[in-house]
Design a protein around this ligand. Sequence first.
Ligand SMILES: Nc1ncnc2c1ncn2[C@@H]1O[C@H](COP(=O)(O)OP(=O)(O)OP(=O)(O)O)[C@@H](O)[C@H]1O
Ligand SMILES: [Mg+2]
Length: 290
Amino acid sequence: MTSTPRVLAIANQKGGVGKTTTTINLATGLAQAEQRVLLVDLDPQGNATMGSGIDKRSLTHGAYAVLLGLSTIESSRQRATHATYDVVGANRDLAGAEIELVNLPHRERRLKEALALVADQYDFVLLDCPPALNLLTVNALVGADAVIIPMQCEYYALEGLSDLVNTIKMVRNRLNPKLEIDGLLRTLFDPRNSLAQQVAAELDQHFGDKVYASIIPRNVRLAEAPSHGMPGLIYDPTSRGAQAYAAFAQEVLARSHAAHAHAEASTAASTTPSKPTDEAPPPDTQENPR
Ligand SMILES: Nc1ncnc2c1ncn2[C@@H]1O[C@H](COP(=O)(O)OP(=O)(O)OP(=O)(O)O)[C@@H](O)[C@H]1O
Ligand SMILES: [Mg+2]
C-alpha cells in the first residue's frame, strides 16, 4: 500500500491568532500518537522554527532553499530538539523568496513538488503560514489537502475570514481542486470573558461541524514554552493549554481517518461499475477516464 501524508496548512492572515502555537503543539500531539510528522515553517518570522528548539540564525537550508529548488526537504530538515517531529525551518531569508519566486516556473506549486519527494516518509505534514495571503500561503494551500483555521474568540474574529475563504476557493478552482477546510479552531479562549463565550458559541452556530469541539484556552504555560524552545505539550504536559492541544490532536487524527476512508470509498465507487451488464464495453471505454 502506498502511503500519502495528510497535508494540513495552518492559516489565517490575521496576526497573533495562534497559528504557530497550534502548529507546534499539533505536531507534538500527533508525534506522541505515533504519527510521523513534518513541520514546514513558511513564515520568515521563524517562530515555529525557534519554538521547535532550532536556532533560526544558524539555518543553512530551510524553506527558502526548498522553494527556490536550491535544496531538497531531505537535506534541509532537522529534528525538533525536544519532540519527535521533523522541521524545515525558516528565517528572514524566506521573505526574499516571495520576490524571487515570481519569475520562476510553477511558482505556486513549488512546495507541493518538494513535498511529493518525501510523501512516503510521513503521516502528517503541517504547514505554518505567515500572517498574509501571499505567495507563501498560496504555496501552502496548493500543497495541502485541508486547512486548519485558528480563530481568536474576539469581536473581530470573523473579519477577514471571507478573504481567507475566497483565497481558498480561488486555489480550489484554479490550482488544487481537492483543497478543503478541515476545521476552525477556537484559540486564546478566556472563559471568564462573556464576549469570548458569545463569539465561541456564534462560531459553533454558523459553522456547525466545521468547528472543532476542542477549544484552546488562553494559558500562560503555552506562551512561556517557546522561549524554552519547547512545545507547550512538552514544557508542561499537565497544563490546561497542553491538555487542550492533546485533545485537539486526537480530533485532527479522527478527521484524517474519516477523510482517508471517504477518499478510499470514492475511489472504490468510481472503479466499480454501477450496473453490471452482460456485454463487455468496447475496450476503449473500459478505462475509467479519471
Ligand atoms: N492559547 C494561548 N495562551 C496563551 N498565549 C498564547 C496562546 N496561543 C498563542 N499564545 C501566544 O500568543 C502569541 C501569538 O501566538 P502565535 O505566535 O501562535 O500566533 P500566530 O498566529 O502564529 O502569529 P503570527 O501571525 O505572528 O504568525 C505568542 O506570543 C504565543 O506564545
Ligand atoms: Mg506564526
